[in-house]
Structure formats: structure tokens, C-alpha cells
Design a protein around this ligand. Structure first.
Ligand SMILES: NC(=O)c1ccc[n+]([C@@H]2O[C@H](COP(=O)([O-])OP(=O)(O)OC[C@H]3O[C@@H](n4cnc5c(N)ncnc54)[C@H](OP(=O)(O)O)[C@@H]3O)[C@@H](O)[C@H]2O)c1
Length: 435
């Protein structure tokens, strides 16, 4: 009987995800052997603190604090990078690829910033570089986009790709908490970090949308191409008023192709309460994909966590090992092949929710709608509510499809009207009109 070849792994990081990777490789060894024909062996593990008390026991001889011991080890075939951070990780992985080691990573910060260079390096040295776990943890969305949609043309992606902000907005909506209260709860439960900036300002979601857009639209997209607005300004009032009109507020990443022009944004958005994405609550993630041929599809699941994320990492590893057996590593990467053209504000359209504080007297509505008419912004729905303050009212207007350019001309005009005290909030509106 032919002896099983051993594939040796160098694991960079033994934290949340790294420990999950060890558990899966040890626990599912028999399945991995059946699927690949190879025994998978963890040869060395890079950590930074050898004295750390670890809740999952590994052989201490496997641990090292020297990355070069792994990078220059001729017996190691694949590096699994789950240590995080952009630097020095980038230098380590560039060097590992040069040493002809295949790489699997869960690092979205690194892939959003240096993905193109790393993929080029992988191609140059005929190595694989896979990064399924970097977006939406346990949801196999990258594989779906690259393989499942290979024969289609994706026209739009709408995603809830950050579990922390989805948890906060869900709590604000379900329990009437303020942003600050919901954030505190998320931190107590370990869903938000002590410095939550990257999540609540939308940067984490923007990195993931850049990665997904690159793969969906075959353009060399980077993080600067994503327009970002976080959720810190979302108020209980907006959530309640949205509900009254049949909408839920979600931090949506939207990437859309129109006339070969691409727009990518991450911003709090009102979505029709009957849309499947409106029902994605807590820390869950979901990505809604529109394909020209296939129509609409949705991918839903855990966006993070030890085992969901490790599953994506180890599945990438299985692909690498199968390709090693076929001798086809490094041939699967499709570099962006369409010229990048970002969408003009004239072409970028959405419906909008606009909340104004206005004077409560005769003729105010006419003064306001006059300005909408001048900018050719058509109104779908108006709701007027009394405010406790004397002679003041709240006006909520939902527009029909309006271009960003029209909106940019309209808002300053409204702001300058003597009858308008303030523009309290403006949100794009996604999904069908509420019946
Ligand atoms: N956690 C999730 O649910 C999740 C989901 C999707 C993607 N990811 C991504 O997966 C990666 C890992 O996340 P994690 O949550 O597992 O992180 P973590 O718990 O903080 O673990 C990081 C590990 O890397 C080691 N490490 C960090 N910097 C190092 C350095 N300079 N040299 C040597 N070792 C170093 C640490 O060593 P010590 O143990 O000695 O401190 C630790 O074992 C990140 O890129 C993250 O964005 C995580």
C-alpha cells in the first residue's frame, strides 16, 4: 500500500482562530486524510509569548517565537496565518511565498491593503494564497463568488459584513437602547473591542467590501474606493421613525455596477422590513448577491468565532493540498481584468429618508416641496409629526430614486430655508417600496 504523504503546516498565531485550526486539524484528521490522501501535520507554531497560559494544550516543542525558523524550514509546505495585523505579517508572508510556501490567511486588514502584491508574489512563485476566512468568517462567500458565479456577471452586492455593528443596531431596534448602551453591552459580551473605532466607524466593513468587490467585479479595487459612514450618529428616534414607515436600519455595504461604473459604500441604511437582510440580527452576517443570469441569492451565517472561522481556514487548506497533489498550485488566481471606473454622482442613485425639524405653520410644506421640485427630486412619502417644542414639527420625507448629485444640491437649499431648523438625518433606502 502506498504511504500517505505528510503535509507540514507552519501555523502563525495560536489565539482564537489558531486554536480553532489546531482543534479542527486534530479532530477531523481522518476526514482530511480521506479527502486529500495526505496526513496533515502541524510542524511549528509561531506565538509571541511563550509563558502565556493557553486553555488548549499543544506540545510545547511546537512553539516558537522566531518566524524565520518556520519560513526557512524546508519541510514546511503551507503557512496558515492567523496572527493578525498588517505589519510585520506582510513581510513574513512575502518571504514565505518566496520560499515557495503556500499561504492561507484570515487577515482582512492585510488582504484589503496588500492583497494585490501578495497575490502577485504567489503567482510569481507558483504558490497558492487563499483567504476565505477574511470576509464573513464561516460563510464561504469568496468561494461562491469566485467559483459559483464564474459564469455569471455580478451587478450588485449588498452585505451585512460586520457582526459588532449588526449586534448594536439589533439591540437598539429590539430593546430601544441608545448607541452608547448597546455598544457597552457588546463590549461586555466580547463582541466589541475596547477600542471599537474600526467596527463602529465602518472601516472593518469597508475592508471586507473592498475584498468582495474586487472578486465580484474584477476591478483593482482598494479601500480608498469605498465611501464609508459608521453608525455612531444613528439615533433611537431614527430607528423608531423608520419602524413606523416599515424600515429597519442596518449597516449595509453596497457595491453596484452600472454602465461599467462601480460604486462601493458602507453606511447605515433603511431597508424594507420584509427584505431578507432586514431579518439578519445579532452578530450574524449575510451577503445578498445579484447576478445578471442567476437573479438574487443570499448567503447567511456566522461572521466570526473560533470554529466558524477555523472551518474556512481549514477548507482553504484542503484546497491547497488537493492542488499540491495535482501539481496546479498558483494557477487559480484571476487578476483583475476590467478597468476600474468609479461611478459619477449623477449615475449613483438611491431612494432617501430625510428627517427635518421645521416650523409648524401654514405654507411650510409647500416651501419645502418647492425645493424638491426645483431639483426634480420626486417624493414617495411624507410623514409629519408634532414635536413637544411649541410650533415645531418633524417632517420625514422618503424620496423616489434620486441621484447623489441631486441630493447634494437639495440638502444645502433645505438647510438655508428659514422654515427649516435642522436636517436631523439622511439615510439611503434599500429594497422595494413598503406597501
Ligand atoms: N476572531 C475571529 O472571530 C476572527 C474572524 C475572522 C477573521 N479573524 C482574523 O484572524 C486573525 C487572528 O485573529 P484572532 O482573533 O485569532 O487573534 P488573537 O486571538 O489575538 O491571536 C493572535 C495570535 O497571534 C500571535 N501573534 C500576534 N502577533 C504576533 C507576532 N508579531 N509574532 C508572533 N506571534 C504573534 C499571538 O501570540 P500570543 O498567543 O503569544 O499572544 C496569538 O497567538 C486576524 O487577522 C483576525 O482579523 C478573526
Amino acid at each position: 500500500m502506498q504511504e500517505k504523504k505528510v503535509v507540514n503546516i507552519g501555523l502563525f498565531g495560536l489565539g482564537t482562530v489558531g486554536t480553532g485550526v489546531v482543534k479542527l486539524i486534530e479532530g477531523h484528521q481522518e476526514d482530511l486524510v480521506k479527502q486529500t490522501g495526505n496526513e496533515i501535520k502541524i510542524e511549528k507554531i509561531l506565538i509571541q509569548d511563550p509563558d502565556k497560559d493557553r486553555n488548549y494544550k499543544v506540545d510545547s516543542n511546537l512553539l516558537t517565537t522566531d518566524p524565520w525558523e518556520i519560513i526557512h524550514n524546508k519541510d514546511i509546505d503551507v503557512i496558515i496565518e492567523v496572527m493578525g495585523n498588517v505589519y510585520p505579517t506582510y513581510e513574513y508572508l512575502m518571504a514565505a511565498l518566496e520560499q515557495r510556501k503556500h499561504v492561507v490567511t484570515a487577515n482582512k486588514d492585510l488582504m484589503a491593503l496588500h492583497g494585490a502584491e501578495l497575490l502577485q508574489q504567489a503567482s510569481k512563485y507558483q504558490c497558492d494564497l487563499y483567504y476565505e476566512a477574511s470576509v464573513a468568517g464561516g460563510i464561504p462567500i469568496i468561494r461562491a463568488l469566485v467559483e459559483g458565479f464564474a459564469s455569471d456577471r455580478i451587478t450588485k452586492l449588498v452585505g451585512i459584513v460586520n457582526g459588532t455593528t449588526n449586534y448594536i443596531l439589533s439591540k437598539m431596534s429590539e430593546e430601544g437602547l441608545s448607541f452608547e448602551e448597546a455598544l457597552r453591552q457588546a463590549q461586555e459580551l466580547g463582541y466589541a473591542e475596547s477600542d471599537p473605532t474600526s467596527d463602529v466607524e465602518g472601516f472593518d466593513a469597508a475592508r471586507k467590501m473592498a475584498i468582495l468587490s474586487n472578486l465580484s467585479f474584477h476591478m483593482d479595487v482598494n479601500i480608498q474606493d469605498v465611501k464609508v459612514k459608521g453608525i455612531t450618529q444613528v439615533t433611537k428616534e431614527d430607528i423608531e421613525l423608520g419602524k413606523q414607515l416599515g424600515y429597519v436600519i442596518k449597516l449595509l455595504g453596497i457595491a453596484q455596477l452600472k454602465d461599467e461604473q462601480l460604486a462601493i459604500s458602507v453606511q447605515p441604511t433603511m431597508i424594507n422590513k420584509n427584505h431578507p437582510l432586514a431579518k439578519v440580527n445579532g452578530v450574524f452576517n449575510a451577503i445578498y448577491v445579484y447576478g445578471e443570469a442567476v437573479g438574487e441569492t443570499m448567503f447567511y451565517g456566522s461572521g466570526a468565532g473560533q470554529l466558524p472561522t477555523a472551518t474556512a481556514v481549514v477548507s482553504d487548506l484542503v484546497t491547497v493540498v488537493k492542488q499540491m497533489n495535482l501539481g496546479v498550485n498558483g494557477r487559480g488566481v484571476v487578476a483583475p481584468y476590467r478597468p476600474k471606473l468609479m461611478m459619477s454622482d449623477e449615475l449613483m442613485t438611491s431612494r432617501y429618508f430625510i428627517r427635518l425639524k421645521v416650523s409648524d405653520r401654514v405654507g411650510v410644506l409647500a416651501r419645502i416641496t418647492e425645493n424638491f421640485a426645483e431639483e426634480m427630486v420626486s417624493i414617495e412619502e411624507v410623514l409629519q409629526l408634532r414635536l413637544h417644542e411649541e410650533k415645531k414639527a418633524q417632517l420625514i420625507i422618503i424620496t423616489h430614486e434620486t441621484s447623489k448629485a441631486q441630493l447634494s444640491r437639495l440638502l444645502p437649499k433645505l438647510e438655508s430655508l428659514e422654515v427649516v431648523d435642522a436636517i436631523n438625518s439622511v439615510y439611503p433606502v434599500e429594497g422595494d417600496e413598503v406597501e
